[in-house]
Design a protein around this ligand. Structure first.
Ligand SMILES: *Cc1c(COP(=O)(O)O)cnc(C)c1O
Length: 343
């Protein structure tokens, strides 16, 4: 099977498993797991922040960041297709009482003017804005990358209005590798940044939250406990994260090349509409225009031939490259899509 449904499907390599098996551990609720502590120090240093917290998932990283930076009934400005709005089971409303002001971004990316226009006036009638939320790279936008200049200008807007910012950087390192902008430059304007170890970086489990604000970190730690995310000998998982940061960042450029290759192969398949120039990182969005096959028919037919992709609604599909698919797999996937659609 060539599994292009997501970069979450990656499995730990033998070398990563060895690092996990060898990890020194302790009770992390006491702050005594040396491997978790080392991962947190590495993540903080890499993003140029004072402190980092290891959490079980990207969803928890986002939800804790939300919980400590808003109050029930306050509004959070985000693109309307953000992960935090679409794919976290309404946790922002359920656990933080947050109301989202979903904006229509361009492939998920907001402009400074859009953000400024969405900030509520401070009067007694109007809901109050609490937080500005960006996602980089943008998942449902198709792996789109924020230009650093746009982030800087949105930060100027936030500062002018005294508002904090969170970055959902689940795939931040894809943006880093695609642009050459450092992770710390991307992270600088944000009060909190989350990123996933369990996607393209190839760890089986785990996400990080980083911040410069030590009183926020104290609250993040308390709410992590409340949300059930405080783990004990978590160093076994953290060791995979350390391995991922040490070995799997630069190679994301291979995934980006593979996504380009896939887009160019898909563009030649009958009925496929895809713009290879729109592929910025490891996500390829494409449409299939056929009268005789529904989206789920196509997913099924491809699966029978050994390729897994997701239909993300209607005739639109998403394919994601990652460290468990090589160039040869991509070439084969291209051939299979071509064959299935030519029938
Ligand atoms: C995957 C993802 C997350 C977190 O997902 P988990 O499955 O909870 O680890 C958050 N934000 C974005 C943009 C994502 O793609």
């Amino acid at each position: 099977m060539i599994d292009l449904r997501s970069d979450t499907v990656t499995k730990p390599s033998d070398a990563m498993r060895e690092a996990m098996a060898r990890a020194a551990v302790g009770d992390d609720v006491y702050g005594e797991d040396p491997t978790v502590n080392r991962l947190q120090e590495m993540a903080a240093a890499l993003l140029g922040k004072a402190a980092a917290l290891f959490v079980p998932s990207g969803t928890m990283a986002n939800q804790l960041s939300l919980r400590v930076q808003t109050q029930p009934g306050r509004e959070v400005i985000a693109d309307h297709r953000s992960h935090v709005i679409r794919y976290e089971q309404g946790a922002g409303a359920a656990l933080s009482g947050a109301q989202f002001h979903g904006l229509e971004g361009r492939r998920g990316l907001l402009t400074p003017d859009q953000v400024e226009a969405a900030i509520r006036p401070r009067d007694p009638h109007t809901v109050q804005t609490a937080l500005i939320w960006l996602e980089n790279t943008h998942n449902t936008g198709g792996g789109t990358v924020y230009p650093i200049e746009t982030v800087t200008r949105i930060h100027e807007v936030a500062r002018r209005h005294g508002l904090p910012m969170h970055l959902d950087g689940a795939r931040l390192f894809n943006a880093v590798v695609a642009t050459g902008v450092s992770a710390s430059d991307y992270a600088r304007p944000f009060d909190t940044v989350s990123f996933c170890l369990s996607k393209g970086l190839g760890a089986p489990v785990g996400s990080m939250i980083v911040t410069d604000n030590m009183s926020l970190m104290e609250s993040l730690r308390r709410f992590r406990r409340m949300y059930g995310g405080a783990m004990r000998q978590a160093g076994i998982l953290a060791a995979a994260g350390i391995f991922a940061l040490e070995h799997n960042i630069d190679r994301l450029k291979d995934d980006h090349q593979h996504a380009q290759l896939l887009a160019s192969l898909l563009a030649k398949a009958p009925g496929v509409a895809v713009d290879p120039a729109a592929v910025q990182t490891n996500i390829v969005m494409f449409d299939v225009i056929t009268a005789h096959l529904s989206g789920s028919d196509i997913v099924k037919a491809l699966k029978e031939e050994g390729v897994l992709v997701n239909c993300v609604g209607g005739q639109t599909f998403r394919a994601v490259t990652h460290l468990d698919v090589g160039k040869r797999d991509i070439e084969r996937a291209g051939e299979i899509v071509h064959r299935v659609l030519a029938r």
